[in-house]
Design a protein around this ligand. Structure first.
Ligand SMILES: NC(=O)c1ccc[n+]([C@@H]2O[C@H](COP(=O)([O-])OP(=O)(O)OC[C@H]3O[C@@H](n4cnc5c(N)ncnc54)[C@H](OP(=O)(O)O)[C@@H]3O)[C@@H](O)[C@H]2O)c1
Length: 315
């Protein structure tokens, strides 16, 4: 191997550049090599031919697929499109990576489980999606594994950020409009800040690159990656209201992140009282034991992450 080849910076391709996780990946992965981040305008995952040709043209060492069809309820009426983006496009990426030897990093979802387990899920538990979204995400995971490419699948839950479409921003918008919020109290999970997912991904990849440059193979596997602890949607909403108040002084001119909230309290309702197109698992709590053992990653408690995320909105 020439000196140039030995010292060339790894090339990383990120999809879903404008999504919650993709936004932070562009920043967190920067110290690892040359990062090319593509949004939907650069690469539409519904165009499977484009997926293959972009990968074969760019020849990245690592592909991080943070793009997905994430409209859980909308997917019930658009199953075909959800399947193409969540299952067929990752399958096309995996096929290409199997040819080039690139590592494929992909994100999966708690919605691949049926939620009937009474303890945190681990990676060997049976899947059983309740929704089209969950079924298509599972399809992506299975296609990647079947392709034989080097892959790391990171399965996460309840992702939020101060940008994008998510529960945190919905709660803050509603809390300006209403006196009290009614939120589901009988679904449990770990709200996970998009930035912590991106930073943990960077740590995993730093290890993987180290192993690779020492002549070893890429590490391969499925790993749960969520915040530690658990709460319900109602508990998450209550924490958002409390921490928002604590972290004040917000500059009043900012949109969600400024000024007084009207709502101070959250009333718990049941899943049965809140009708949605897609069914959701009752238990979305995942164990992080495997990623901790494999990569030494210790994910922070969800409440600590929430405070840091809110502080990120202070200008
Ligand atoms: N959000 C959650 O609660 C959650 C929970 C568990 C797992 N996950 C998984 O975590 C990963 C990251 O999710 P996220 O929360 O960052 O999602 P997100 O904020 O909804 O971002 C998804 C991105 O995918 C892009 N996208 C959608 N359709 C596309 C297409 N046809 N071609 C190219 N790009 C397309 C979107 O582009 P536009 O900006 O143009 O729409 C968006 O930027 C996904 O695999 C998701 O399934 C998410």
């Amino acid at each position: 191997m020439s000196l140039e080849a030995a010292t060339a910076a790894p090339r990383l391709l990120v999809t879903g550049a404008h999504g919650q996780v993709g936004w932070h990946l562009q920043r967190a992965l920067a110290p690892l090599g040359e990062v090319e981040a593509l949004g939907r305008g650069d690469l539409d995952l519904a165009d499977l031919g484009a997926v293959s040709s972009v990968l074969s043209d760019l020849r990245p060492d690592i592909v991080v697929n943070a793009a997905a069809y994430t409209g859980v309820d909308k997917a019930e009426s658009e199953p075909e499109l959800a399947r193409v983006i969540n299952a067929d496009a990752p399958a096309a990426m995996a096929k290409e990576c199997a040819v080039t030897g690139a590592l494929l990093v992909h994100y999966s979802s708690d919605y691949v489980y049926d939620g009937s387990k009474s303890a945190p899920y681990d990676e060997s538990d049976a899947t059983g999606p309740l929704s089209v979204y969950g079924t298509t995400k599972l399809g992506g995971d299975e296609a990647i594994v079947a392709s034989g490419c080097a892959h790391i699948i990171l399965r996460t839950t309840w992702v939020y950020d101060i940008r994008g479409k998510n529960f945190l921003r919905t709660v803050l918008r509603l809390a300006r409009e209403k006196d009290e919020l009614r939120m589901v109290g009988d679904q449990f999970g770990a709200p996970t800040w998009a930035r912590s997912i991106a930073e943990a991904t960077a740590l995993v990849l730093a290890r993987a690159l180290q192993r690779r440059s020492a002549g070893g193979a890429w590490p391969i596997g499925l790993f749960h990656l969520t915040a530690a602890g658990q709460t319900s949607w109602a508990g998450f909403a209550q924490a958002i209201l409390e921490d928002y108040e604590d972290i004040l002084d917000w500059p009043a001119e900012t949109s969600e992140f400024g000024g007084e909230l009207k709502a101070r309290r959250v009333v718990e309702i049941t899943t049965a009282q809140y009708k949605t197109a897609a069914r959701r698992p009752r238990n979305s709590v995942l164990s992080n034991a495997r990623i901790q053992a494999a990569f030494g990653i210790v994910m922070p408690e969800w409440r600590d992450q929430l405070r840091l995320a809110l502080q990120d909105a202070i200008r």
